[in-house]
Design a binder for this molecule. Structure first.
Ligand code: HEM
Length: 425
């Protein structure tokens, strides 16, 4: 999905005309039986409750900062200070008694702003609930013995809070839907672009194949001519290697850009893992790399997958792991059921096991990959190695995503790739 920060705010804003906003506000007021008397009641509270605004604002942000989900949308201390002022002003407006068009427009803006900063609307709803508790408690504290006044004031305040919530939610929903629409459009444009690149590269690779073959033939003849000049022969070999690399690159770009059609069959994952490892014997045997394979107890690892694609994925991960672990290194591969999160249940109920995804983790004894953010390793042409095309992991991710799964580089010191793969679709 497109992140809100990648979007031009003007594209995200779904404007409502003044008339539409006024009509919407009118409907909400009618729904909640909001009257001028309510407006006067809320306004009359201000002088009693204003002294508590500072505490309410502090409580509001202390709670926001306590939760990772809300804390993460904030940038720095300075923003928190600004936001506190914004909320203070929001409270002043709330108790002002003036509930006109600019008031509704300001509330509408809150919902849009929250989409832009990537705040989940549930937290804004919960935060409003917390504010509601504080305001209602504040009314009791301010009005003390006046039971009638307390009930009337709380009723009016709660009506207005519900109207506010409805406005903020509506603005949020519209802007969020717009964000989804833009994401879908961008995704479509990207796949169209990829398909076009795929076609171009396929044509280019085809045309270049003949040229590459001719160059190879000429180089072989040249090598015979200069047999007695080892330095020159070495240069010829380097040119030949460069041509081979170019050929591989063409093939991989084509592989990356071509649409993926899965040929699903029943695959026994542990067998596939071992087969992939054995096929790489020429790589691990000379440097004596060991595979430590751990299969979870009671694992149900048969699924409907495309064996060729999965083989490509595992081979690529093993290949990278063997390269990274060096002489006498170790490659670890764990296969279990779960959802890949930290809280995943280790022992699954047998009844659930059949539908629980498979988690495959491949790590090595190498120095780890320090890339920030870790997901960059899956970008096309991103590489930390001197050899290779930089497309291996991008192709790997496409193959996993085509299966409805996901792959990530787990943050930490070791290079651990974690795949979460649905058993079947
Ligand atoms: C009762 C619920 C909430 C209300 C009434 C509220 C109110 C507001 C208002 C008035 C704005 C400024 C809108 C503008 O004019 O651009 C705003 C922006 C913002 N709000 Fe909220 N908010 C609420 C909940 C939250 C929560 C739970 C968070 C969590 C972190 C949050 C974070 C932000 C941020 C980061 C901005 C952008 C500030 C900036 O532009 O620097 N809000 N909010």
């Amino acid at each position: 999905m497109l992140s809100p920060q990648e979007v031009n705010p003007n594209d995200l804003f779904v404007e409502k005309s003044d008339r539409e906003l006024e009509a919407f506000f009118g409907q909400l007021k009618s729904f909640l039986e909001w009257t001028d008397e309510d407006a006067r009641t809320v306004a009359s509270l201000r002088e009693h409750i204003e002294s508590q605004f500072g505490d309410m604002v502090d409580d509001f942000y202390a709670e926001i900062l306590r939760h990772a989900a809300t804390r993460q949308v904030l940038q720095d201390e300075g923003q928190v200070i600004r936001l506190k002022q914004t909320l203070f002003h929001w409270l002043e407006q709330f108790f002002s008694g003036v509930y006109d068009l600019p008031y509704v427009q300001a509330r509408w803006k809150v919902g849009r702003r929250h989409v832009m900063i990537g705040l989940d609307q549930s937290y804004a709803t919960a935060a409003l609930g917390r504010l509601r508790m504080r305001i209602n408690a504040g009314i009791i504290e301010a009005l003390g013995q006046q039971q009638d006044g307390i009930v009337r004031s709380q009723l009016s305040v709660n009506k207005l809070l519900d109207i506010e919530l409805a406005i903020v939610n509506a603005a949020y929903q519209l802007s969020f839907a717009r964000l989804m629409e833009l994401s879908a459009k961008q995704q479509m444009q990207q796949s169209e672009r990829l398909a076009a690149i795929g076609q171009m590269v396929t044509g280019l690779a085809h045309e270049s194949r003949n040229a590459l073959q001719r160059s190879h033939a000429c180089l072989e003849t040249l090598a015979l001519e200069i047999e007695d000049r080892p330095d020159a022969i070495r240069l010829v070999h380097r040119v030949q290697n460069a041509l081979d690399h170019l050929h591989t690159l063409y093939e991989e770009v084509r592989n990356y850009a071509a649409p993926i059609k899965l040929d699903r069959q029943t695959v026994c994952l542990p067998k596939l893992v071992l087969r992939c490892w054995q096929q790489l014997e020429h790589k691990w045997q000379p440097q004596k790399t060991k595979l430590r394979l751990h299969l979870a107890d009671g694992l149900q690892a048969d699924g409907q997958w495309d064996p060729v694609r999965l083989e490509q994925v595992l081979t690529n991960l093993f290949q990278n792991a063997i390269d990274a672990s060096g002489e006498n290194g170790e490659v670890f591969c764990e296969v279990r059921q779960g959802d890949g999160t930290q809280n995943e249940a280790p022992a699954l109920e047998p009844a659930l096991a059949g539908s629980t995804p498979i988690v495959i983790e491949v790590s090595d004894s190498g120095p780890g990959i320090s890339v920030s953010p870790p997901q960059r390793v899956f970008e096309p042409f991103f590489t930390t190695k001197t050899k290779g095309t930089g497309l291996g992991l991008a192709i790997t991710r496409r193959a996993i995503q085509a299966h409805g799964g996901e792959i990530e580089l787990v943050p930490g010191t070791k290079a651990t790739f974690r795949i979460v793969l649905p058993i079947s679709v």
